[in-house]
Design a protein around this ligand. Structure first.
Ligand code: GLU
Ligand code: MG
Length: 467
């Protein structure tokens, strides 16, 4: 379990001693430096790195970094809100030692996610990891609930070095094919070795549909650890690819047309160690709470997309009939519904049942995405929101009147539409707090302005190598 305690100046109890012991161990394993990782509001992974010898000092006093990154755009220009975006000020980055791993794909390096606090020792209101820790802690305190989450990762493997920002697929076999598996046999075997060495529990890794595309799924964890893992897995996929002379893109749309890269979120709510999505009296074995949780997510999806699909390129992916889930509909194992109910196989359901949210991509900050998805589900659960009728098949085939009668709505078709929905959603804004909610809006508006006048191909190209 991830520690839910905030960092404090001087270090969380026991952390400095632990960092001292870790330093010795890491040095003995040839680790020279530690990558301190977080994800900005735009969804870009940002880092500071320190020599291994400074780990205990980082655990005690943090490492400095400007708060300006909270309003960075994917193209590294800066927007501002009334409190963020200024060149003034400094924050302290604190590594979470529970999540520190030696990077198998980057010899000489270890990695840890960070929480950010102010120089005064207060939690930084722009820290998305802190916000998710809060959401999880409050759900436990107020409702006795815990969650498990897993983020699927799809990525496109290209021949490197990519010239002029182009993407040239590194493989040519058909989707899901044995040919593709053989084509990238060495790379994917090295990936599996790296994940095993890093203690990452891989469920599956397989060739996907789009040009050069692969997918990996990993075991479910508590939400903060699941978000950390998503960041770590991508760092590893990229590093191992580079050692094979390959390049990778996690962008929602590598090209303007065709199937994109998803970052589907699997989520389940648990009470007293019991999975609420299994063994209940409601549809497909869901408990009434699990139905309402799904209904809460469904009801807020249009606003959620501002967080789960945060890039202008996200809307090149979010198209009907491409398994990205662009309608506010749910169904059991329905790959075109935004919310897919996964019951699991008979015999394993008490462990495996969950809901999958599909309109999520890997431009999303995973901490913000999980914080907002849990907030939405929890609101449904606590207000006993009824889950509408199930939809089977592709909702795109429904006549408009039929879709409207069933409450099936097309999700926003642009980032501008999503931002307007998010602006109206007081619950989601409150969950993030005013500083972060304003940063989300300012950064999205900045991204919209950054692509003003660009055609779809240029939008895809602008974000192809950013995430
Ligand atoms: N690539 C699809 C997406 O953009 C998902 C395919 C799948 O269901 O795995 O979300
Ligand atoms: Mg897939």
């Amino acid at each position: 379990m991830t520690t839910l305690a905030d960092p404090i100046p001087g270090g969380r109890p026991g952390d400095v001693e632990r960092a001292g012991a870790l330093t010795e161990e890491l040095t003995g394993r040839g680790v020279h430096g530690v990558v301190l990782a977080y994800v900005d509001t735009a969804g870009v992974g940002r880092v500071k790195t320190i020599p291994t010898a400074k780990l205990a000092s980082a655990a005690a006093w943090g490492v400095g970094m400007s708060p300006v990154f909270d309003t960075f755009l994917a193209n590294d220009s800066i927007v501002s809100t009334d409190v963020l975006g200024s060149p003034d000020g400094d924050l302290r980055l604190y590594p979470d030692l529970d999540q520190l791993v030696v990077l198998a794909g980057q010899p000489g390096w270890a990695w840890a996610p960070v929480d950010r606090i102010t120089q005064e020792g207060e939690p930084h209101p722009g820290c998305s990891r802190t916000v998710l820790r809060r959401v999880v802690a409050e759900a436990a305190e107020r409702h006795g609930l815990s969650f498990k989450a897993g983020i699927e990762i799809e990525w496109a493997v290209g021949q490197g070095p990519a010239e002029g920002g182009d993407f040239v697929p590194a493989l040519s076999g058909p989707a899901y094919s044995a040919t593709r598996q053989v084509e990238l046999s060495d790379y994917t075997a090295d990936l599996l070795a790296a994940f095993a060495a890093q203690g990452v529990d891989v469920e599956q890794i397989h060739p996907e549909y789009a040009a050069g595309q692969f997918e990996i799924s990993v075991g479910a964890l508590d939400p903060v650890a699941a978000a950390d893992r998503s960041v770590l897995v991508r760092q590893t996929i990229r590093a191992v690819a580079q050692r094979h002379g390959l390049v990778v893109s996690f962008a929602p749309a590598v090209f303007a047309q065709g199937v994109g890269n998803g970052g589907h979120v699997h989520l389940s709510a648990w009470r007293d160690g019991v999975n609420l999505h299994s063994g209940g009296e409601a549809r497909y074995g869901m408990t009434a709470d699990a139905e309402s949780f799904a209904a809460g997510v469904l009801a807020r999806l249009p606003a959620l997309t501002a967080v789960t699909a945060p890039s202008p390129a996200s809307y090149l992916r979010l198209k009907p009939s491409q398994w990205a889930g662009v309608f506010t509909a749910w169904g059991r194992e329905t790959r075109e519904a935004a919310v897919r109910i996964v019951t699991g196989t008979a015999g394993l359901r008490d462990q495996a049942a969950n809901l999958e949210v599909k309109p999520v991509d890997l431009a999303a900050n995973p901490y913000l995405a999980l914080a907002c998805l849990i907030t939405a589900g929890l609101d449904g659960l606590t207000s006993s929101t009824p889950l509408p009728e199930e939809i089977t098949g592709d909702p795109a085939r429904l006549e408009p009147a039929d879709a409207a009668a069933r409450g099936v709505r097309r999700l926003p078709v642009s980032l501008s539409e999503s931002v307007e929905e998010f602006r109206k959603d007081e619950l989601l804004r409150a969950a993030l707090g005013p500083v972060l909610a304003d940063a989300v809006i300012a950064v999205r508006q900045g991204e919209i302005a950054a692509v003003d006048g660009l055609d779809d191909e240029r939008v895809a190209a602008a974000y192809r190598w950013k995430y």
